[in-house]
Design a protein around this ligand. Structure first.
Ligand code: ADP
Length: 413
């Protein structure tokens, strides 16, 4: 079949002769056209952390203009000088930029008038009444889901070390081992013999291990029968239970999730249950791993989950004499990050201290903080907390106080 320029969409390069289909099949390259509904669905995942509802429901989205891949949004905040402005704006941009077909996002921020503000407050109150929080996770808690396309790339190792390094920055951190039956975190934190307990309201309490609030199937399963029962549960159901039936502390700054490898139900469930969740994709430097990881990223985009960045693990080994061996190839992490348009948050070298730490129950960032992998993981954690800063709840209180004052003033008019 002869290609003509007309047959190919004008935005794609003309294919090399012989590189396209040779039969009568139509060319399949299509640019994803983003629609008003797609944008609105993505914006429904941006939660105003103080008001506990999404910005569409709260009537903050005043305009959506789409021009090809460029999206311009008009957002009205309750107060123009709102302290949450940056957080809402960056959440909006990251959620939209994660969508296929969106190339540029511009956000114009304005303020609501008194009537709109009153409507928002009553909407927020109604929301709080009617939609008792679906999970036990505070909407102010930042959720970082550590994912990989396949097992064995160091996802659990990174989850543990990132959680420890973030806690060492002074944040309150939870760690949920959502790798329901491939759980390895309790062992990595030296807590394999611990068991979780439940209180009289039948809520499970996380174990406080090494300063981290930890929940894992490995801390529940006591015998083969219970293990089988958990195996019978769909992964997404198990995740749901861990988010609804665990009394997570209200003041968690971060919840790190060690996701099961691969894609599918669990990501969808996560996007539904924790709209504030953001993904970190772990890959090794080799091309094959990069391709598998790209599938996870694609899935995330389809569930409107923003990708914070990529971490490349097992990025070569350097001997004491300074000789470097790229044992698993090189460049895969950077390429994946470039493809996804997200930062490469870290490149973690191979380091025997990591294996030792995993086996002895002391994460490398704590046991050997100056080792090569620990240094790189601590830096990655710092970069992550800069990209996803903790929500500032003191300012929230002041914002709510201002709103309450204004409402009282309006009521008195
Ligand atoms: P996953 O959760 O992706 O299945 P794990 O975190 O269990 O992977 O890691 C698999 C194995 O690789 C473990 O034995 C772990 O100690 C080892 N490992 C992970 N990252 C590194 C690293 N940077 N250097 C050396 N060993 C590593």
């Amino acid at each position: 079949m002869q290609y003509t320029a007309q047959l190919w969409p004008c935005w794609g390069p003309l294919p090399e002769p012989g590189s396209g289909p040779t039969d009568t099949a139509a060319p399949t390259i299509r640019r994803t056209m983003v629609t008003h509904n797609d944008i609105e669905s993505a914006l429904r995942r941006v939660i105003d952390p103080e008001l506990g509802s999404d910005i569409v429901d709260l009537g903050m989205v005043k305009g959506i203009q789409i021009d090809g891949g460029s999206v311009t949004l008009t957002i009205a905040l309750t107060i123009a000088a709102c302290p949450m402005r940056d957080q809402i704006e960056s959440d909006v941009v990251r959620k939209l930029e994660a969508m296929p077909g969106v190339e540029a996002v511009r956000v114009e921020i304005g303020a609501m008038d008194d009537a709109e503000r009153a409507a928002v407050m009553s909407q927020a109150r109604r929301h709080a009444r009617e939609n008792a929080e679906p999970t036990m996770i505070n909407p102010l808690t930042r959720v970082i889901a550590v994912s990989s396309g396949k097992g064995g790339v160091g996802k659990s190792t990174l989850s543990v070390n990132l959680a420890a390094a973030i806690a060492d920055q002074g944040h309150s951190v939870g760690l949920l081992d959502a790798d329901i039956w491939g759980f390895s975190i309790p062992r990595m934190l030296g807590a394999a013999d611990l068991r979780l307990s439940a209180d009289e309201t039948r809520k499970i309490h996380p174990a406080l291990v090494a300063g981290i609030h930890l929940v894992s199937t490995g801390l529940i399963v006591t015998d083969e029968d219970t293990a089988l029962m958990w195996r019978g549960l769909m992964l997404s159901k198990a995740l749901e239970q861990f988010l609804r039936d665990v009394a997570w502390p209200r003041d968690l700054d971060y919840l790190v999730l060690d996701m099961p490898p691969g894609t599918g139900d669990i990501q969808m469930a996560l996007a539904r249950l924790l709209p504030q969740a953001e993904l970190v994709v772990v890959t090794t430097p080799q091309k094959a791993a990069q391709k598998v990881a790209a599938r996870v990223a694609d899935m995330a985009r389809r569930s409107f989950m923003p990708i914070v960045g990529v971490i490349e693990n097992m990025s070569g080994f350097t001997t004491d004499e300074g000789k470097h061996y790229a044992l698993f190839g090189q460049g895969g992490g950077q390429e994946l990050a470039d493809d996804l348009g997200v930062p490469l948050v870290g490149r973690i070298p191979l380091d025997p201290y990591v294996v030792e730490g995993g086996d002895s129950g002391a994460p490398a960032v704590r046991a050997h903080p100056s080792g090569p992998a620990a240094t790189a993981m601590t830096l990655a954690a710092k970069e992550l907390t800069e990209l996803v800063p903790p929500a500032q709840d003191e300012t929230c209180t002041s914002r709510i106080a201002v709103l309450a004052e204004q409402l009282a003033a309006m009521a008195g008019d």
